[in-house]
Design a protein around this ligand. Sequence first.
Ligand code: G6P
Length: 619
Amino acid sequence: MCGIVGYTGFQNATEILMSGLKKLEYRGYDSAGIALLTDNINTIKSQGRVENLKNILDKKQNNDSKIGIAHTRWATHGNPSDYNSHPHSSHDCKICLVHNGIVENYLDLKNKELSDLSEDCIKSQTDTEILVHLIRKFYDVNREISEESFLDSIIMSLNKVKGSYALAIICDDFKDKIFVARKDNPLVIGSGNKENFLASDSTAILNYTREIYFLEENKIAIISPNEINTYDFNKKNVNKKIFHIDWNIEDVDKTGYDSFMLKEIFEQPKVIDNFLNINLNSDFLKNIGLEKKYLKKINHIYIIGCGTAYHAGLMILNLFRNIEGLSASCEFASEFRYENPVIDKNKLVIIISQSGETADSLAALRLAKKSKAKVLAVVNSVGSSISREADYVIYTNAGPEIAVASTKAFTAQVLALYVLYLNIKKILAKENDGKCKEFELIEKDLKNLSRNIRSALKQNNKIKKVAKKYSNSKNMFYIGRNLDYIIALEGSLKLKEIAYLFSQAYAAGELKHGPIALIDENILTIGIVTQDKIRGKTLSNLKECKARNGIIFLIIPEKFLDDEILEMADDIILIKDMHEILLPILANVVLQLFAYHVANILERDIDKPKNLAKSVTVE
Ligand code: G6P
């Protein structure tokens, strides 16, 4: 949460910083600000979107500074306001910084370390501002104007901080340098030719460089146009590994779509083909580094994620439980640590995360590693913290997902988990001299998945009409059983996230234990019915709603359609027939479009829903 960006080089810094901020807005959009260094530091901030800041900058005289830092905020301490916006400056405006994270002990620091500072020097209610005053204080104490003395002041300050940070700091004593530090929040450094960049995530700077260095935990760097020097907190030089990021520039643009979300929904066939091209081969497990010897020792798999990633985990849960000798559970990352989980070297922990930076998921990973379990990360962002700290990584290769509501990343996560499951199943079957029939059947149909998603997408206009009909609904139920129930959870989450409509996902069989009391002619129930063995049961539950005058919107495969269904449902969207474990993915695409259109009709800000952020780096 919160996005930071920085530039030092030979180009106009404002343009680069503003372009970076725009790309980072998914991380927070309560306020934005920029600090440019020429002879002095000039800071401009504004409440609201990055666009507001741009309007202010457009009216100002052209500032041709070649170095600066900028920030887009997701408020934690202090309401969204001009004062609370970053960058924050020392009382004499000599030092200025932007911060992503939380200084948990800021009140303590203020009372103990800054008691000499007059109250009117502290301008905001934020935790961050305390940090800049602290650095300023130690820089005074050190009494020497040198890079080393400034670095010492930063280290002395950060040694006192409890909490998390990705920080970018400028000081008018160092006209071309940006000092950065990280602990538990992401920070990437982009390497250019006579210019260097920094950002919370690489999408913000991909327009300028593809050579990205991911600053490690508890490290500091000094960035100037020609150099990037990295240190630990003892000022010992540390090596850096540069990653080449080959995402397309178009991937971080809307390319004609109204929103990133719609673009990302329509990208799903491409994402699937891409993933299967890379991963549908006999070397899959070998490429990840998962060995048969190790797999045979595992007795339990923990599957962990947050939000949509957690739903992707649920999709694989029962399949893993199918594997002989193996038990599995799926947990919210935010709950995992408090459930006293039994973790040891015979447990495999799978962490699923689009961003690879979600604080709760990262904390779960660290707990697992501390307890000697191996961690397999299913991650989209190359080089992210989770991918770097895990023992094994499956990259979902979905390309950058910008919209806050996750769509293509979910599909890619489910696909990755299915391919993982099939490979583990196959290897264990081989071990018992058997063939994995299931593998052959599903593998064949996986090749039809992108085509069948395209067919679902072709029904966009029809889904839009259904959305129009129900966009005034105040309450909705999403129901299904088994895998369909998980898609109900995901569909309902999408609607809440972007349309701000209340809906509840229910296991269809549970409806009669309470919620059915709410059903009347005003309540829409969306039924997801793709699993053959339980289809009759879910349809009965929907009929029970119908009998109480409820409204029914049904998503089913073509093969299920019959007169009885036609009579019961007010609206039906048909998906193509395919292997049962793949059908829910198609149904989910329909629900993504449904949520999108409802939100669009209600004129919501689809890519930047209120109160949310894409990358949740606070616990
Ligand atoms: C946020 C996003 C969700 C996402 C969740 C987990 O809540 O708004 O879309 O599913 O975080 O994010 P991750 O990056 O770990 O998948």
